[in-house]
Design a binder for this molecule. Structure first.
Ligand code: ZN
Length: 319
């Protein structure tokens, strides 16, 4: 025997007794459980997705902060890139211009050009932003490595320029004599008594006064004959030569390397000469030029003017 319940039958208009089987009970219990489960799933979903727990709230705030940090980092990177570009411009337009060198080729400076992806258009997308920063950092590293190599080139150019400046005549061969006895250009020859080109300058000085090399170079193995007497020619490279004539004594040998300011000989009166003096020549590309224009390192503008004036008098050369 099972339990029974009464229910109202609208057709007979009477309460009728109905058997209440175990199957019904189980069915109802299961139905109740299923409904409860479904309801609780809905509640859990709502609490999960719509209502933040304090921990979730914290994580969400942290995430927002990180995104902001990332965005700031991206801006800082852009500033850094601006500084780098300024450095490259200085390199090309100033440093390389000074040393007469071509700017670094663009393909060498920016090897990644044409391969870069377009920047993320959605700044709120953290992973895209991170990717963008990584890419930019890579590019900066590559172009800074190229910049570093460019500076190496400039350093070597500076070294060469220094060598060149050391090799161009720049001081007076007799530092304590400010008077040019006879200048460059047409002068009366003291012995031949005719007006003819004087290929250097004459500086009167006592016999034995030290004569200095006016730039770095190597003492030539070939010396011109004729009236020069005891003569030293120095090959400076960069198509410059200097000549020191009428010396009483030489202090250097042919083939010897000399530096600017080194004593190479002593003033004398040898060869075609009418008195103790130094005849000094500067030769550029095989052509004699006015040596007065190569006294710029050891004199003041006033001294230079005095020397220039005394060198312009058309008088008789000491030869
Ligand atoms: Zn002379």
């Amino acid at each position: 025997m099972g339990r029974s319940i009464y229910y109202f039958n609208p057709k007979t208009l009477s309460f009728e007794k109905k058997a209440f089987s175990w199957k019904d009970i189980i069915k109802r219990v299961l139905w109740f459980l299923a409904t409860a489960l479904a309801f609780s799933v809905v509640i859990v979903w709502i609490s999960f997705y719509l209502i933040d727990s304090p921990k979730e709230l914290m994580l969400r705030q942290e995430n927002e902060q990180l995104k902001e940090e990332l965005s700031r980092l991206n801006k800082r990177y852009d500033q850094l890139a601006t500084v780098a570009i300024d450095l490259q411009k200085r390199d090309d337009n100033i440093y390389r211009a000074i040393f007469e060198s071509e700017p670094m080729p663009i393909a060498v400076r920016y090897p990644f050009l044409g391969t870069q992806k377009t920047a993320s258009s959605n700044p709120s997308d953290a992973s895209a932003l991170l990717e963008e920063i990584y890419q930019k950092a890579n590019r900066l590293t590559i172009s800074m490595a190229a910049q570093s190599r460019s500076f190496d080139t400039i350093v070597s150019l500076i070294g060469k320029k220094k060598e060149m400046l050391q090799s161009i005549p720049a001081i007076r061969p007799l530092p304590n004599c400010y008077e040019i006895s006879s200048g460059f250009g047409y002068r009366y020859h003291p012995i031949l008594k005719v007006l003819r080109p004087h290929t250097g300058i004459d500086i009167s000085a006592k016999k034995g006064t030290p004569v200095y090399a006016t730039a770095d170079g190597v003492v030539s193995r070939q010396t011109p004959g004729g009236g020069y007497g005891n003569v030293i020619v120095i090959n400076h490279g960069y198509s410059y030569q200097t000549l020191y004539a009428h010396l009483s004594k030489k202090a250097v040998k042919p083939g010897e390397r000399v530096t600017r300011g080194q004593v190479i000989g002593y003033v004398g009166n040898t060869g075609l000469s009418t008195g103790s003096h130094l005849h000094y020549e500067v030769i550029k590309d095989g052509v004699r030029v006015n040596p007065v224009h190569f006294f710029f390192q050891d004199i003041t503008p006033e001294e230079y003017e005095a020397i220039l004036k005394s060198s312009q008098r058309v008088n008789q050369a000491l030869s």
